[in-house]
Ligand binder design. Structure first.
Ligand SMILES: [Zn+2]
Length: 230
């Protein structure tokens, strides 16, 4: 049975960092893979949010996301335009409602979203809003909700947050890691030189570590929020 997959990410590039290899695997086996990107990206680089000032950068970033999606075999990303790194200025309910709109239209059977202990505030809010938008009401079609790790945010979270990332679900990405790296190259402006955590070398190293933890040459690792066999 093919799955309907929805990746709910805060920023353009999170979807590739967290789930790129797994998304490519889903796509290659005929699953219908959707990507929802919640924040506009870039505008947090200014002291005051000014979308017009960053118009060209935002457009480039969306183009990067679309190209990366094509390389992974997913559908073109859907975007909402919530303020970058300022989602805590919104009512959580407003974020939930944005996600609910897409969830009710797509009706995903598998959802991937951020880990709830990340350093980045947008990641936390997307995590919480996704759990609310995907709560298991009667008649739901969900089979699983997974959380992914995002280099330069998950491992930078506070140990006092109470929610360290302890993956329990591993996906073999030996065959799709190269695709993931190629997709990340689309986000050249977001990536940094090694030894920054958000570098191509660090992404490959993490994939090898997760692989070694699970007897595989390369893996992506996930937390399991809920899974169902109904
Ligand atoms: Zn992010």
């Amino acid at each position: 049975m093919s799955e309907t997959v929805l990746i709910i990410a805060a920023h353009p590039d999170d979807e590739v960092l967290g789930v790129g290899g797994t998304a490519a695997r889903h796509a290659s086996q005929g699953d219908d893979v959707h990507v929802l990107i919640m924040a506009e990206g870039v505008t947090s680089r200014s002291t005051i949010r000014n979308v017009e000032q960053h118009d060209a950068n935002l457009s480039d970033l969306r183009q990067s996301a679309a190209t990366a999606a094509g390389l992974l075999g997913t559908r073109p990303p859907r975007f909402t335009t919530l303020p970058d790194n300022r989602m805590d200025s919104l009512d959580l309910l407003d974020v939930v409602k944005q996600i609910e709109t897409h969830v009710s239209e797509i009706r995903p059977t598998i959802v991937y979203t951020h880990h709830g202990g990340d350093l980045n505030v947008d990641h936390l809010i997307v995590h919480r809003a996704t759990l609310t938008a995907c709560r298991p009401l009667p008649g739901h079609v969900l089979r699983a909700i997974y959380t992914f790790e995002t280099l330069s945010s998950t491992e930078w979270g506070s140990p006092d947050s109470g929610t360290p990332f302890q993956p329990t679900h591993f996906v073999n990405v030996s065959g799709t890691l190269a695709q993931k790296i190629t997709a990340l190259r689309c986000y050249e402006a977001e990536m940094r030189p090694f030894p920054h955590a958000r570098s191509l070398e660090a992404v490959q190293a993490l994939a090898r570590l997760r692989g070694a933890q699970s007897g595989l040459a390369a893996a992506e690792a996930f937390g399991v929020i809920r899974s169902f066999w109904s």
